[in-house]
Design a protein around this ligand. Structure first.
Ligand code: SF4
Length: 296
């Protein structure tokens, strides 16, 4: 049996940066807490916990002891969090991914200019909460074509953005649907139509570039073991892609979830993960499989 880790799997650039920022603060002796899970991977959170970084929520942020610094993770935060920090005199360590910061700025520009903002994403995802905050929650969040049909009225200038970790094909389907509707309205010269429709594909290249490579890698394996946190949005998307390319794809969060039955008669095992899956964890899974099921 051969066990290979997908060469393109592992942390995206934004997550590497966030973890570097956190580790540097901790090494410098700061008391640092992360506002929400630093990444959607419990094993990496555990590792950082042993270095001294705890995770808090927004309620706890209001009662922090003096001198505690609060890390803003790669997903970013709404303006209300920055306001709260100012009011309470809390020092923030802002590790928002610059790609997310840029997206927030683009949304703000359209919103301030009076456009209706539509975000293709998951309403309660941390990044989307930050994006919603940019427009004071005065925006429409949709995650399916059906929701686009039901919830988006094109009665004014409308701009469509995407959460950075959404699936490109689904985003394009929503974009095309809205474009066609605008065109139909315009032909029918209905009174209430969007006199402008802009669609911004803001899916991160670190995520979207990966799907093709993952597809090719997964198709070459007899069994794919996909390692990610269950809360990882990007993990769900990439797992789906792996399963499409290779129906014998299994999802695990930790090495102890491996089922010996999966390995019967299997020669080539591939391991991949989300942009939030640490490389050391995939190595651990690889070593475990090799030691338990043999490698040649
Ligand atoms: S997926 Fe892209 S936008 Fe999201 S944290 Fe990683 S680099 Fe930044």
């Amino acid at each position: 049996m051969t066990v290979t880790i997908d060469p393109t799997a592992g942390f995206c650039w934004g997550v590497v940066r966030t973890i570097d920022v956190a580790e540097e603060e901790l090494r410098g002796g700061s008391t640092l807490v992360s506002l929400g899970d630093i990444i959607h991977n419990p094993k990496e959170i555990e590792r950082l916990d042993t270095l001294g970084m705890k995770t808090i929520d927004h309620v706890t942020m209001e009662q922090l002891p003096d001198g505690t610094k609060v890390l803003i993770r790669a997903h970013g935060e709404p303006a209300s969090t920055y306001r709260l920090a100012r009011e309470k005199g809390i020092e923030l360590v802002d590790a928002t991914c610059p790609i997310v910061t840029k997206l927030q700025e683009r949304i703000r520009k359209y919103y301030d200019d009076g456009w209706q903002v539509v975000i293709f994403g998951k309403k309660e995802h941390a990044e989307v909460i930050g994006l919603r905050g940019v427009c004071h929650d005065d925006c429409i969040v949709i995650k399916t074509l059906d929701e686009a049909r039901d919830q988006v009225s094109l009665d004014r200038r409308t701009v469509l953005f995407s959460q950075t970790t959404m699936d490109k094909t689904s985003f394009h389907a929503v974009r095309e649907y809205l474009r066609e509707r605008v065109a139909e309205f315009q032909e029918g010269s209905m009174e209430e139509i969007a006199n402008d429709f802009h669609a911004k594909d803001t899916i991160c290249g670190q995520v979207s570039g990966r799907d093709k490579k993952l597809r090719a890698f997964a198709a070459e394996q007899d069994l794919m073991v996909f390692v990610a946190g269950r809360k990882s949005s990007n993990g769900k998307v990439l797992f789906g892609i792996s399963r499409e390319a290779n129906p014998n794809t299994q999802f695990i969060e930790d090495v102890n979830e491996l089922d010996p039955a999966w390995f019967d008669g299997v020669e080539r095992v591939g391991i991949s993960g989300a942009t939030s899956t640490p490389h050391w964890l995939m190595e651990q899974v690889k070593t475990y499989i090799e030691n338990t099921h043999g490698s040649s």
